[in-house]
Design a protein. Sequence first.
Length: 118
Amino acid sequence: VQLVESGGGLVQPGGSLRLSCGASGFSISRYDMSWYRQAPGKERELVAVIRSAGGSTNYADSVKGRFTISRDNTKNTVYLQMNSLKTDDTAMYCCNAKRTVAVFRDYWGEGTLVTVSS
């Protein structure tokens, strides 16, 4: 079982990045998929979640209107489109897969670093 994030990097304020989280060893179709981030010296923060049933989404107030989470169950991948990036968005972004129906499973990736700086 593995989650592998990619797409991070250095971007200027106002720029965009698209993060990807590819899963292997299990199917994400029955999992709620989330992106978390942790900046240096700060607690981990839930950025966005997309649920397995119906595909409903929720976002942290700090990213609403700028970030979009999506999933492609056929590719076993979840995405985070990040637009209008700010320096405060600088953090390690990690992917999480959680299943609570029938069985409990909770998987984490190692993360991809996003740095927003001029």
